[in-house]
Structure formats: structure tokens, C-alpha cells
Design a protein around this ligand. Structure first.
Ligand code: FES
Length: 274
């Protein structure tokens, strides 16, 4: 009863929100006081209330990305008080609830900051660099025919578990936003790991890792220096072990000589991307 009463109390929050009209215009933090915030609201619902208020005042609402609001799609990418997706571990911004804040608190909300993720508007950034990495090799191009029966392809339990863990990456980009170098190694390693651990991913295994790493290097991502901030900020707890696996996969592919690493002019060079 006591907690129900506590939760029914609303809060007033002081928001500092990054407003930027377009990629070519400078942005700035704008102050908003938001009253009647229910602690049971999600963070995005709180932003919805802010936007309703702005629309009623005839002002431009804050642009922010969202889709599933269930922690699945990876759309709700924003930096809250300096943390990609906010201060709660293993939690996307859409799954963050206002009960973790107190009346009168100031919250700073910014877009993901990375050269490879340029701001489009307010809190929305362009993450199509991730799409291009997936297009470079994050798929299986064999003709699989109709849907196979479940368990028709035996997979070792350990590999199935590791592949599933890697597959939980939602491609939100928090790893890039948390990295001081703006590196995308955790994302790429999760995608490479998922396919390299499964029988279906073996046919293109050697080429896939080189193509994806090359595309990653062609975008504006920084190099990995093993700081681990990426894994700490990941809302899906993707492990750094995937980065170790990516490096092994890359080295094996290069040593086998089955794939050369192209240089920026399209020729071939030997050498590691990192
Ligand atoms: S809106 Fe889909 S993960 Fe947050």
C-alpha cells in the first residue's frame, strides 16, 4: 500500500535536451521543466509528455527514435546523463523507468556522439554505417529452400548458446557511443560470432569476417584499444569474448590466404585492420 502511494506521486524534472535542427546547424542543450511525471512511465513516455507539451505551445517536438519500446529493435539510442541508454545496466532507454529518478532531478539527454553516427536532428543520428557493415557480409547467401524442421541440423549446445548470446545484439550502437575511440568492434564481433559459430555460417565464414571488418574500417569508426567501455554500456550484455573471436577469425582468414584485405583504393594488402 505504501509503495503504491509512493508510486502515485508525480515528479517535476528539469530536462536539458540536445536540440539541433539539421546536420549542418549547430545544436545546443535546451532547458525544459516537466511537471506531473509519473514514476511508472518509461523514459520514452516521459519524452512523449514533453513533446505533447511542446506541441500544445506551438513549438517543435523533440525528435527521437523509437519503435518496439520493448528493448528489441535498438532504435531508442540516446545518451542520458552521459550514459548510452541511461544509467541502468542492461537496460535500453525504452525500458528505463522514471522510478529511478527523484523529484527535482536534472536529466541531460543527448544524441549518440560518434563520428560514424552524424546527428540528423535533435536526438536522432544516422546509423546506416551499421547497415552497410551487415550488407558487406552479415548474412548467409545459400539457398535454404523451405523452412527446415526444428533440430534437423544438430548444433553443439555450447555453440548454440554462444551464438544465441551473440545474436541478442540489437545493433543500437551504444558500444560505439560509449567507446572513447568510437569503435564498432563489439557490434561487428557479435554479428561475425553469431554466424561463425553455426553450421549455416561456415560456407562464407572466411570471406565474411574480412568483408565486414573492411567495411567497418571504411566507415568513420575508430580503432579498438580494448578498454571494454562497449561491453559495459551494452544493454544486451554482449561479451568482449566476441571481440577476441572476431580477431581470431580475421587472423585465420588472413593466414589461410583465402581472402586478402583490400586497401582503401581497392587493391590488396596484408596487415591487420586494428
Ligand atoms: S524502442 Fe526498440 S529497443 Fe528501445
Amino acid at each position: 500500500m505504501e509503495s503504491k502511494q509512493a508510486h502515485s506521486k508525480t515528479m517535476t524534472l528539469h530536462l536539458k535536451v540536445w536540440r539541433q535542427k539539421s546536420p549542418h546547424e549547430p545544436g545546443k542543450l535546451v532547458d525544459y521543466d516537466l511537471e506531473h511525471v509519473n514514476p511508472d512511465m518509461s523514459f520514452l513516455e516521459m519524452l512523449d509528455i514533453l513533446n505533447q507539451k511542446l506541441i500544445l505551445k506551438g513549438e517543435e517536438p523533440v525528435a527521437f527514435e523509437h519503435d518496439c519500446r520493448e528493448g528489441i529493435c535498438g532504435s531508442c539510442s540516446m545518451v542520458i546523463d552521459g550514459n548510452p541508454h541511461g544509467p541502468q545496466k542492461s537496460t535500453t532507454a525504452c525500458q528505463l523507468h522514471m522510478r529511478h529518478y527523484h523529484d527535482g532531478q536534472t536529466i541531460v539527454i543527448e544524441p549518440f556522439r560518434a563520428k560514424a553516427f552524424p546527428v540528423i536532428k535533435d536526438l536522432v543520428v544516422d546509423r546506416s554505417s551499421f547497415d552497410r557493415i551487415i550488407q558487406a557480409g552479415g548474412f548467409i547467401s545459400v539457398n535454404t529452400g523451405s523452412a527446415p524442421d526444428g533440430n534437423a541440423t544438430p548444433i553443439a549446445k555450447e555453440n548454440a548458446d554462444l551464438a544465441f548470446d551473440a545474436a541478442t545484439c540489437i545493433g543500437c550502437g551504444a558500444c560505439v557511443a560509449a567507446c572513447r575511440n568510437g569503435a564498432a568492434m563489439l557490434f561487428v564481433s557479435a554479428k561475425v560470432s553469431q554466424l561463425s559459430l553455426l553450421p549455416q555460417g561456415q560456407a562464407e565464414r572466411s570471406e565474411r569476417v574480412v568483408k565486414m571488418v573492411y567495411q567497418m574500417d571504411s566507415e568513420d569508426f575508430g580503432g579498438c584499444t580494448n578498454m571494454g567501455s562497449c561491453a559495459g554500456a551494452c544493454p544486451k550484455d554482449i561479451s568482449l569474448e566476441n571481440i577476441a573471436r572476431l580477431n581470431r577469425e580475421f587472423m585465420k582468414s588472413m593466414i589461410s590466404g583465402r581472402k586478402s584485405y583490400p586497401n582503401r583504393k581497392g587493391g590488396a594488402t596484408e596487415g591487420s585492420p586494428a
